[in-house]
Design a protein around this ligand. Structure first.
Ligand code: 5GP
Ligand code: ZN
Length: 122
């Protein structure tokens, strides 16, 4: 763990920390002081965007600051608007731990939309 130029705790070997640092030139669909959003590399819906705090926290079991969680949630509807699914509707998913399917251990929310979701998996 180290601090970047903006004073955020980052993990040098974390793919999302590196994306946020701009190492891969990833396009951000939204960003603010606390949160970055970029499209998933392997989309599972026409719109599939990841909303990621700049600070490195593994997941909800890593004692994230409630204010940080507020910032992440506040960004969701802004990202939905940018992606054009705010009116049509969207689903958010957030995995905690390998047993839930988490593969990148930097807290993130999946925002999916652009198609109707059937029943099942909530
Ligand atoms: P998880 O399974 O941890 O909830 O979600 C991780 C997500 O990150 C997956 O949907 C995966 O496709 C996405 N992902 C993994 N590596 C990269 C990457 O390098 N760039 C982008 N844009 N998405 C990634
Ligand atoms: Zn990270």
């Amino acid at each position: 763990m180290s601090k970047n130029n903006d004073g955020f705790e980052v993990m040098d070997d974390c793919i999302f920390c590196r994306i946020i640092a701009g190492d891969f030139g990833t396009d951000f669909v939204y960003e603010d002081d606390y949160v970055v959003a970029f499209d998933d590399i392997s989309p599972q819906a026409p719109v599939h965007t990841l909303i990621v705090p700049r600070v490195h926290v593994e997941n909800l079991e890593d004692n994230p600051d409630p204010e940080l969680l507020g910032n992440v949630f506040a960004a969701i509807s802004k990202v939905a608007k940018v992606k054009g699914v705010d009116q049509s509707g969207y689903r958010i998913i957030q995995n905690n731990g390998a047993g839930a399917g988490q593969t990148v251990f930097h807290l993130h929310v999946h925002l999916m939309g652009g198609k109707p979701f059937g029943e099942g998996m909530v």
